[in-house]
Design a protein around this ligand. Structure first.
Ligand code: ADP
Ligand code: MG
Length: 615
C-alpha cells in the first residue's frame, strides 16, 4: 500500500468545492451574472428564470461583450479583467474582482455563454458542462452577452437536494433582481419567470423607479434623507415610523451601489427610530452610501455582501444623526381612515403571497409587450398629502407650537393676519377631554385626537433627555425626606444608575445597607410623589431594558417619564389640556411616544364627509 495519503484534488472537484462558497442557490447565480452585466456597462438587462432558477437562469445584457480568448478565459478560476495589482484590490470600483463566479457556476451546471463585442462580426459561443473542457463555436448575434445556466447543481446531488421549492428559490431571485432595480434606476431591467414578465422598468430617476417597484401607496410612506460629509455622501429614503416592517427584509443599503448587509449601519438607523417604532417592527430604508473605495474593504466575504469601513463609528454617528433629523422634520401624524381593513397592514413590496405578481404591478405579455393588467388603483389619501399639517411640519417644532396653540395675544392677530392658512387651530378652538383619556380638538383639515398619557410622557421624556444633556437639574427639594428600603437587587441597580438619576434631577443618597433617601425630585414630577417613585421607575426600567438595546440613560429617561406622566383616567381642566397640547407640539417628535405608540391621530374632514355620505 502506498505511504501517501495526501493528494491534490483534481481541478474539477476543487472547483465544485469552491463553488459552494460563491454559489449557494439560484439567487447567487442571478446576483453574480447581474453584477457582471453591470460591470460590463450594460444599459439593458433581461433576466429569465424557469422553475425558480433550478431549470434555467439566463441573463442577457447589451454590455461590452468579450473576445473569443476572453470568453474562454473567463471560466478559469481567478480569471478577472477587473483587478491586476494589490493597489487595485485596495480601491475596488467594480462589483466583481475575485474572478470566481463564472468558474464556480460552470463547475456545477450546464452553461452556455454567447458574447459579442461591438467591433466583432459574430458572437462567440462557449458551452461548458460541470467544469469540463469548453466547446467553442460562432454564431450571429447582437452585441452584448447572454449567459444561460441550466440544471444548477445537477452534478452535486447533495446541494441540489438542499434547494427549496421553486417558489422559495424564485422569491430569493426576485429579491436579487429587485435590489438591482433599486440600485440602478438608470438601467432598463426586465424579469421573466416561467414565461411571465414580472418586472419591466425603463431607465428613470430613483423616485420613479421606487414607484415602479413599490407602488404609490408605499412610496408615500417614505421620506427623502440626505447628508454630505467630507468623507462620504448618503442619499435615499427612510420609512415613516407608521411604515414599520415585520422583518428586516426591506432594508436596502447600497455601498458604492453594491448591496451590502451591515449590522452596524442597520443598528444606526434602527436606534434613531428606537422610540418611534412599534415593538417588534423594523424601519424601512433604502440608502446609498458613496465613499472613497480606499476607505472600505468589500473583500471580506466571498459573496461580497459585507463590507468593513475604515471608521465604523463615524459612519454610525453620521447615519443615526441623519435619520433622527429626517424623522423630526417630516409629517409623521398617522391619518385614520376609519375603514374596516387597514391596507397598510399588508406590508411592503414583495410579500410574495401572490407568487405571480411580486411587484403587484404591471403584467406585460412577454411576446407582444402589451400590458395585461394595470397596477392596483391607488387610493389617494386626501387628508395626508395636502393637509395644512404637512405644510406646517416642514417648519421647526417651536414654530408649529406657536402657530397651533400660540400665546393668546399673538394668535388672535394671527388668525386675522394670515387668514385661513394659519387658522389651523384657533386659540379659542374648543378642546374636549373624552373618557379622561383622549383630548379632542378641531383643526382646519379635520379633527385631532391626542392620547393624554403618552403625550405627557413624550413631553417629560424630551425634557429629561435635555436635562441630562445640559446638566441643568431642576430639582425640587423634598420637605420630609424618607429613607427607602430596597431589595438588594434594586439597591445594586440604583447604585449603578445613580449618576443618571442625578442627571434626571433626583437628589438621591445612599443611606446604609439597601437603603436610599430621596431628598429632591425633578421639578416636573407631580407633587404627590414620594420615595416609592424610585421603586416604580426601577420596575419599568427592568421591563424596558429587556426589549431593546439602548443606553441606560435613555431607558431611565423613558421609565421616569412613563412613571411621572399624567395617567389615562386623570381628569384635566381646560388650562391643563391647553398647556399639554402646547408642550406636546413644542417637542421635536410630538407624534410617537417613547415606546412607539402613536400620540396624535388625525381624522380628516374629507374622511368624515365620506363616512356620512356627503361626497
Ligand atoms: P469577476 O467578475 O470577479 O471578474 P467572473 O467570474 O464573474 O469574475 O467573470 C470573469 C470575467 O469575465 C470578468 O472579469 C469579465 O471580464 C468577464 N465577463 C463576465 N461576464 C461578462 C459580461 N456579461 N459581459 C462582459 N464581460 C463579462
Ligand atoms: Mg463577476
Amino acid at each position: 500500500m502506498s505511504e501517501r495519503r495526501i493528494h491534490i484534488l483534481p481541478e474539477h472537484l476543487a472547483n465544485q468545492i469552491a463553488a459552494g462558497e460563491v454559489i449557494q442557490r439560484p439567487e447567487s447565480v442571478v446576483k453574480e451574472l447581474l453584477e457582471n452585466s453591470l460591470d460590463a456597462q450594460a444599459k439593458q438587462i433581461v433576466v429569465v428564470v424557469k422553475e425558480g432558477g433550478k431549470k434555467l437562469i439566463q441573463v442577457i445584457d447589451d454590455g461590452g461583450g468579450m473576445s473569443e480568448e476572453d470568453a474562454v478565459a473567463s471560466f478559469l478560476r481567478h480569471a478577472t479583467s477587473k483587478i491586476a495589482t494589490l493597489e487595485d484590490l485596495e480601491a475596488i470600483r467594480t462589483y466583481g474582482f475575485r474572478g470566481e463566479a463564472l468558474a464556480s457556476i460552470a463547475a456545477v451546471a450546464h452553461v452556455t455563454m454567447k458574447t459579442r463585442r461591438r467591433e466583432d462580426e459574430s458572437a462567440v459561443v462557449v458551452h461548458i458542462e460541470g467544469g469540463g473542457a469548453p466547446r467553442v463555436s460562432r454564431e450571429a448575434r447582437e452585441a452584448g452577452t447572454s449567459i444561460a445556466v441550466q440544471n444548477l447543481f445537477y452534478n452535486t446531488p447533495a446541494r441540489r437536494k438542499f434547494l427549496k421549492s421553486a417558489a422559495t428559490e424564485f422569491r430569493h431571485i426576485a429579491e436579487a433582481v429587485q435590489r438591482v432595480a433599486l440600485s440602478h434606476p438608470e438601467v432598463a431591467l426586465r424579469f421573466i419567470s416561467d414565461e411571465e414578465t414580472l418586472l419591466d422598468v425603463k431607465p428613470a430617476p430613483l423616485h420613479e423607479r421606487l414607484l415602479d417597484v413599490f407602488g404609490q401607496r408605499q412610496v408615500e410612506e417614505m421620506v427623502w434623507a440626505e447628508e454630505q460629509t467630507d468623507l462620504m455622501s448618503i442619499r435615499g429614503f427612510i420609512g415613516k415610523p407608521s411604515f414599520g416592517q415585520k422583518s428586516r427584509a426591506n432594508q436596502y443599503l447600497f455601498l458604492n451601489r453594491r448591496y451590502i448587509v451591515n449590522r452596524n449601519i442597520s443598528h444606526a438607523v434602527f436606534s434613531a427610530y428606537e422610540h418611534l417604532l412599534v415593538k417588534g417592527t423594523f424601519p424601512f430604508f433604502l440608502l446609498f452610501i458613496d465613499i472613497d473605495p480606499h476607505r472600505v474593504d468589500v473583500n471580506v466575504h466571498p459573496s461580497k455582501m459585507e463590507a468593513k469601513f475604515e471608521d465604523e463609528q463615524y459612519v454610525y454617528r453620521i447615519i443615526s444623526t441623519l435619520v433622527r433629523r429626517t424623522l423630526a422634520a417630516n409629517d409623521l401624524i398617522p391619518t385614520v381612515s376609519l375603514s374596516t381593513t387597514d391596507e397598510r397592514e399588508s406590508g411592503i413590496g414583495l410579500s410574495f403571497t401572490d407568487r405571480q405578481h411580486p411587484w403587484g404591478g404591471t403584467r406585460v405579455d412577454p411576446m407582444t409587450g402589451e400590458v395585461l393588467s394595470s397596477p392596483r388603483p391607488v387610493e389617494t389619501n386626501v387628508g395626508t398629502r395636502s393637509s395644512f399639517i404637512s405644510q406646517v411640519l416642514q417648519q421647526d417644532g417651536k414654530e408649529i407650537a406657536d402657530r397651533l396653540f400660540g400665546k393668546p395675544a399673538e394668535s388672535e392677530q394671527g388668525v386675522q393676519r394670515a387668514g385661513n392658512e394659519t387658522a389651523f387651530i384657533h386659540h379659542a378652538a374648543p378642546v374636549w377631554q373624552v373618557h379622561n383619556r383622549y383630548l379632542l380638538t378641531p383643526i382646519e383639515g379635520g379633527l385631532l385626537i391626542v392620547d393624554q398619557h403618552v403625550a405627557h410622557e413624550r413631553v417629560l421624556y424630551e425634557r429629561a433627555l435635555q436635562r441630562t444633556e445640559t446638566h441643568a437639574r431642576g430639582t425640587q427639594q423634598v420637605l420630609f425626606p424618607e429613607p427607602l428600603q430596597l431589595s438588594p437587587v434594586d439597591f445594586a441597580l440604583v447604585e449603578e444608575l445613580l449618576p443618571h438619576f442625578q442627571q434626571l434631577g433626583f437628589d438621591l443618597k445612599v443611606f446604609g445597607k439597601n437603603t436610599v433617601v430621596l431628598e429632591g425630585v425633578p421639578a416636573d414630577l407631580p407633587a404627590t410623589s414620594n420615595a416609592k417613585v424610585i421603586a416604580d421607575i426601577l420596575t419599568l426600567y427592568r421591563e424596558y431594558r429587556q426589549h431593546a438595546v439602548m443606553d441606560a440613560r435613555d431607558v431611565l429617561a423613558k421609565s421616569y417619564s412613563c412613571r411621572a406622566a399624567i395617567k389615562s383616567g386623570d381628569p384635566l381642566n381646560e388650562r391643563e389640556m391647553r398647556s399639554l397640547l402646547d408642550q406636546l407640539f413644542a417637542c421635536t417628535m410630538p407624534y410617537v411616544c417613547p415606546h412607539g405608540r402613536p400620540i396624535v391621530l388625525k381624522i380628516s374632514i374629507e374622511e368624515l364627509d365620506r363616512r356620512f355620505g356627503r361626497t
